[in-house]
Design a protein around this ligand. Structure first.
Ligand SMILES: C[S@@+](CC[C@H](N)C(=O)[O-])C[C@H]1O[C@@H](n2cnc3c(N)ncnc32)[C@H](O)[C@@H]1O
Length: 307
C-alpha cells in the first residue's frame, strides 16, 4: 500500500522514540534501542492501514499519556501497587478504548500486579498489534483484553460486548482519546457506560480519568465534523455539565451520593530537536490561539452504600 501524504494527522517517519517509551520497550519488552524505530513503524503502519486514527498516524500512542497524568502516581499507581488489605476492596484498573494497550504495559512495568489490569477495545487488530509491539504474551493475561468491548453496547447485550463482564467492578477507569471521537449525545451514552462499569460498594470515591481533545471555546463545547464523524470537544464547564447531567438521570440519581469533576486544559509541543526527544507539556501555553487544546480530567464518583 502507498503511504498516505504527510499531514498534521499523519507522519510517515518516526524520528525519535520518546524516552519513556524507549525505556519501556528496552526493559519490559527486551527490544534494543537500535531496533525500536523500525519495530514501531512496521506495527504502526499495519494498524494505520486498517484504522487510520491520528493517534496512530502521528505516533501519539508512544507518549504514554497516563503516566504523565497528574493523578498517575497518587491515584493510579499508588492504589494499584498496594498489597491487599483485609476488609478493603481490591483495586481494578480498566483502560477502555486501549488501542495498542501501551498504558497497561507501563503500569505492569511500574509494578502493578497483572491480575489487577484490564483493557478493552472494539478492534481486535489493535489488541493483536499491541502484543506484537510489546512482545509480552507471557506477561499479561490475554483474556484481560476484552474485545470487542463496545462503549455503546446496551445493558444486557452480552453478545457483542465483553466489557459487560466488568460491570460494577472497576475502581480506576482510564478512558483517553475516546470521547472526542463522538458527538454530545454519544458522550451521554459513554458516561452512562462508565458509570455502569464502576464499582459501587467501595464506600469511597472511584475514579474515571483520561486526556482528550479540548474545546477552543472556554465556556462551551466545540462541535465539529471531521471525515464522516460529528465530534464534540469540551471546555471544563461543559465537561462538568455532561457528567452532572448523566449522574442526575433517573437510573443514577438515587444511586450516586456525589460527583466531583476536575478538568485542566493544556497544550503539548512535540520537541523534534536532536537532544530532547521527549514531549513538553506547557500548562501555561496560550492554548486558545496556539495548537489544539487538550483536556486532562479526573471524575470522582461516590455511590450510595445501598446502590
Ligand atoms: C484515538 S484511539 C485512542 C487510544 C488510546 N486510548 C490512546 O489514548 O492512545 C481511540 C480508540 O477507541 C477505540 N474505539 C472506537 N470506538 C469504540 C467503541 N465504540 N467502543 C470501544 N472502543 C472504541 C478505537 O478502536 C481506538 O482504539
Amino acid at each position: 500500500m502507498q503511504a498516505p501524504a504527510e499531514s498534521p494527522r499523519y507522519s510517515k517517519t518516526l524520528h525519535h522514540v520518546p524516552k519513556a517509551m524507549s525505556e519501556l520497550l528496552s526493559s519490559y519488552s527486551g527490544i534494543p534501542e537500535h531496533d525500536q524505530v523500525s519495530h514501531i513503524t512496521k506495527l504502526r503502519d499495519a494498524g494505520y492501514a486498517q484504522h487510520p486514527y491520528p493517534c496512530m498516524g502521528t505516533f501519539r500512542f508512544l507518549d504514554l499519556d497516563l503516566a504523565r497524568h497528574e493523578a498517575y502516581k497518587e491515584h493510579v499507581l499508588g492504589p494499584l501497587c498496594q498489597p491487599l488489605t483485609p476488609g478493603k476492596p481490591e483495586p481494578l484498573f480498566l483502560d477502555c478504548g486501549c488501542c495498542l494497550g501501551q498504558e497497561l504495559r507501563k503500569l505492569a512495568a511500574d509494578g502493578v500486579p497483572p491480575h489487577r489490569l484490564w483493557a478493552s477495545d472494539i478492534e481486535p487488530k489493535f489488541i493483536e498489534l499491541g502484543f506484537e509491539l510489546f512482545r509480552d504474551g507471557d506477561k499479561l493475561p490475554r483474556d484481560h483484553f476484552l474485545c470487542p468491548g463496545n462503549v455503546f453496547a446496551d445493558r444486557g447485550d452480552l453478545t457483542g460486548d465483553q466489557l459487560a463482564s466488568l460491570d460494577d467492578r472497576v475502581t480506576i477507569l482510564n478512558i483517553s482519546a475516546v470521547f472526542h471521537l463522538f458527538d454530545l449525545e454519544e458522550h451521554r451514552r459513554i458516561v452512562d457506560r462508565c458509570l455502569r462499569l464502576l464499582r459501587k460498594d467501595t464506600g469511597a470515591p472511584v475514579l474515571v480519568l483520561g486526556t482528550h481533545a479540548g474545546s477552543r471555546d472556554v465556556a462551551g463545547p466545540q462541535h465539529l465534523f471531521r471525515g464522516k464523524r460529528h465530534m464534540c470537544f469540551h471546555s471544563g464547564e461543559s465537561w462538568e455539565t455532561l457528567w452532572r447531567e448523566v449522574c442526575g438521570q433517573p437510573q443514577w440519581k438515587d444511586k450516586i451520593a456525589a460527583v466531583e469533576v476536575k478538568a485542566k486544559m493544556f497544550a503539548r509541543i512535540r520537541n523534534e530537536g536532536p537532544e530532547a526527544n521527549d514531549i513538553i507539556t506547557l500548562s501555561d501555553m496560550d492554548w486558545e490561539k496556539d495548537g489544539n487544546p487538550l483536556q486532562m480530567f479526573q471524575v470522582w464518583v461516590t455511590f450510595k452504600s445501598d446502590s
